[in-house]
Write a protein that binds this ligand. Structure first.
Ligand code: ZN
Length: 674
């Protein structure tokens, strides 16, 4: 045991220890308030930036200027999401800041405040996820009167846009048969129909081997003669969004001075050039340079990237995320991959289904330092870029997980009443508190780095043999591989988990979720459809069905008319996971469709209606927000007399409202109409 502890401590020290053992950090964690605000179906969280202090002064300065370059793009996304968004946001902020005496005494004021918070969350007036327009819960009359009282002047054109449900109802229209461009409120086309836009793109498409992504950074509009012209997003000349992009460029220039190495400097140089000129060949060069910059600690995205906001899927929404490598967590995935063959050789599957030569996948784990544009306040927890397939194929791609954000989600969920309602006792809740965050990361690592890559198909068998059940079985296989091994002494020996108790938190969590609590995401009367959910149900229900009838390893019990999971024998549960892993591997390796059907239909699809009703009735009163977003930390550079940065301090105290008002005051260069 002593050796084990030493190994873990040694590893943690060596790696700078951002993925710390659960115990020693527990106290410090408690001081950090993850939950910031809650309104509508949204929760706002704070995230920590662990290990920021371990960066060199140059790296901190780099993060600082890249984060400035990130914040300067904020207005762009508002305008892309809708032509009236900047006018609306500014009017709302002016009214909010002036807080007129009479209007602020009315009950509508609170609804107004909520509406403004939601506009900030969505970077506009449409739901960030559902895409439809949300209507104020105060009347137009009240709003007009409040603005009059406060002396806030505004463009009257915003009134129907805000209040009339028939005006701009959807940000992105996906209804087949409708003109998707004309019926979308987003601002990528002006006076152009879907047919005209498609014809224009078809005529300008680049069919070369290394194609330019025509339309990625432009808006299509009609000129005075009715011809379609492209307004390119660029800092130079009459470029659209030039007022913001000039500030982005200015801060990228400052960042360049602190680049860690020549490769990274080249990346920043190309991005500056692209932002200035809008030249898509330069963008390709930049994307290729970026994907090849693998050694720098600090990394970032900044620009027009994801295309979900454009009904035709061509133009990129502006986003930025600055991050740096989480060395300890990345090392964790490297260690697992380096030992992939050991895990393969020792798994409980039949020898015929094992890979003779097994290589794991080493994943890069990052720490987000600032989120902006389309990554803020709602954000992805993983990134996989670039989007151009030919660059991915010829030069590779970067795929990362963002551990400090998943950690924030996890920590914030600890106080939301969920575990109190659904876990059996304080014993399970304590396990979750102590090990839950770490073990859910370890589970993802084992699943991704080892699980999917393990095992082999028999000759002549293809993945398609299992048809519609293929992905459920594949996910179950990866999950079981992970669950089986997280309880193995090997993980303690490798320093991946701190002790031989840690896995229990994940066992309880997985069985509770698979057999019960994930059903709160299923609508009443429906079956389980999504393949990850089916995978979890299959595992949990199979284990419960195969538990010993006299002294069950795990069981569902009823207390005070409520159902709970009880695990009586964690080792025994591990044995059952191993048995099921052997079965699932055999089904996959032999392509046994009939057996796949039997497994899925018996354990993974059906919902016990009474249990479902009970779970929903217990879940709904908790009022847990389905969508979450973040506030950023504030970076405060310290300068010497020559204007060089000597340190960058990090401050986590800024609130949601303060942050948005500050961003709107300090980083809002675009005119109302662009
Ligand atoms: Zn998977």
């Amino acid at each position: 045991m002593k050796k084990v502890v030493f190994l873990f401590v040694a590893l943690a020290t060596l790696m700078g220890c951002s993925r710390k053992p659960a115990q020693p950090e527990a106290e410090a964690e408690e001081d950090f308030e993850y939950m910031v605000d809650r309104f509508y179906d949204l929760a706002i969280l704070r995230y920590r930036v662990p290990d920021f202090e371990s960066l060199t002064v140059e790296q901190k300065a780099l993060v600082y200027y890249l984060s400035e370059a990130a914040l300067w793009g904020r207005d762009i996304l508002y305008d892309q999401n809708g032509a009236y968004n900047l006018r609306i946001r500014r009017t709302l902020e002016a009214l909010y800041s002036r807080k007129p005496e009479a209007a602020s005494q009315t009950s509508e004021w609170e609804a107004f405040e909520r509406y403004l918070k939601r506009v900030w969350f969505s970077n506009g007036i449409h739901h960030h996820y559902a895409e439809d327009k949300f209507l104020p819960e105060f009347s137009q009359e009240w709003f007009v009167e409040a603005c009059r009282e406060a002396g806030v002047e505004y463009d009257e054109a915003i009134l129907p846009v805000m209040f009339d449900p028939a005006v701009m109802p959807k940000k992105v229209c996906q209804d087949a048969g409708k003109d998707l461009v004309l019926n979308s409120a987003c601002n990528y086309y002006e006076g152009v129909t879907q047919a005209e836009a498609e014809a224009w793109y078809a005529a300008h498409r680049d069919t070369s081997d290394e194609p330019l992504w025509i339309g990625l950074n432009s808006k299509l509009v009609k000129d005075g003669n009715g011809n379609i012209v492209e307004r390119v997003f660029k800092a130079e000349g009459d470029g659209l969004y030039r007022e913001a992009l000039q500030h982005v460029v200015e801060n990228l220039e400052k960042a360049k001075a602190y680049a860690e190495n020549d490769k990274q400097r080249k990346v920043i140089e190309l991005l500056i050039e692209y932002n200035k000129t809008g030249n898509l060949k330069t963008f390709n060069d930049y994307a290729i340079a970026w994907v090849q910059d693998l050694d720098s600690r600090v990394d970032f995205i900044n620009g027009f990237t994801e295309v979900y906001g454009d009904p035709l899927g061509i133009t990129g929404a502006w986003e930025s995320m600055v991050n740096f490598k989480n060395v300890a967590a990345t090392e964790r995935t490297r260690i697992l991959s380096a030992n992939a063959q050991w895990f393969e050789d020792n798994s409980p599957t039949d020898k015929r289904y094992k890979k003779p030569e097994c290589r794991g996948i080493s994943a890069k784990v990052i720490t987000a330092a600032v989120l902006a544009g389309d990554c803020y306040p709602a954000t992805p927890i993983g990134i996989n870029l670039p989007n151009a397939n030919w660059i991915r194929k010829n030069y590779g791609s970067k795929s990362v997980t963002i551990e400090n954000l998943t950690e924030a989600y996890y920590q914030a969920s600890q106080g939301d009443g969920f575990n109190e309602e659904f876990m059996l006792s304080d014993t399970e809740r304590e396990l979750a508190k102590k090990y839950g965050g770490l073990m859910s990361d370890v589970h993802v690592d084992l699943h991704e780095c080892l699980g999917h890559g393990s095992g082999q198909l028999l000759p002549g068998v293809s993945k398609d043999n299992l048809k519609e059940h293929g992905s459920t079985l594949e996910e179950a296989r990866a999950d079981l591989f992970s669950l089986y091994y997280m309880a193995d002494a090997k993980l303690v020996e490798l320093g991946i988990v701190p002790d031989e108790e840690a896995y229990k938190s994940q066992y309880y969590q997985q069985l509770m979720n698979g057999a019960m609590t994930q059903l709160v995401r299923v609508e009443p009367g429906k079956n389980i459809e999504e393949s990850h959910m089916r995978d979890r149900a299959l595992i949990a229900n199979w284990v419960l069905a195969h538990a010993d009838s006299v002294s069950p390893e795990a069981e569902i019990i009823v207390e005070n008319n409520k159902h709970y999971l009880r695990i009586n024998d964690y080792e025994g549960v591990r044995r059952l996971f191993g048995e099921l892993l052997a079965i699932v591997q055999e089904v996959v390796s032999t392509g046994d469709y009939a057996r796949a059907c039997e497994l899925v239909e018996t354990y993974a699809v059906k919902v016990d209606r009474d249990l479902h009703r009970e779970l929903l009735a217990r879940y709904q009163p908790l009022g847990i927000a389905p969508y979450k977003g973040f506030v950023n930390p504030v970076y405060k550079p310290q300068f010497d007399e020559n204007g060089r940065i000597t340190d960058v301090l990090i401050d986590y105290t800024e609130g949601y409202v303060e942050q948005h008002l500050r961003y709107s005051r300090d980083y809002s260069p675009l005119p109302d109409v662009n």
